[in-house]
Design a protein around this ligand. Sequence first.
Ligand SMILES: [Zn+2]
Length: 106
Amino acid sequence: MGPDTGAGAGTRAEAVVYEDTGAYQDGNALAGPLSEVFGVDVTRAAVRCTACGLAGPLPRLRVYTHAPGAVARCPRCEHVVLRLVLGNGTAWLDLRGTVGLRVPLA
Ligand SMILES: [Zn+2]
């Protein structure tokens, strides 16, 4: 066993691109655009961060909208949980930062 300094973490390109963050909104900022994609009320959806395991309602995410599209980060570890870009009649949704999206249907 040796000391783990954690060096080398956080060097992925997408983590750098969206790093100049300041103000953010809560996950309710995603309600309109995500409802367009799924046709359900996503403010009641639950997400789980793939990096730290934090689970909670989607509105708890920190949403940065000054990037191209919207970037939603985990409120605990800042990991990118999901990204959404709408344009030209297309929705591009990147969910690789969440284990899953649990949406109540009733
Ligand atoms: Zn996290």
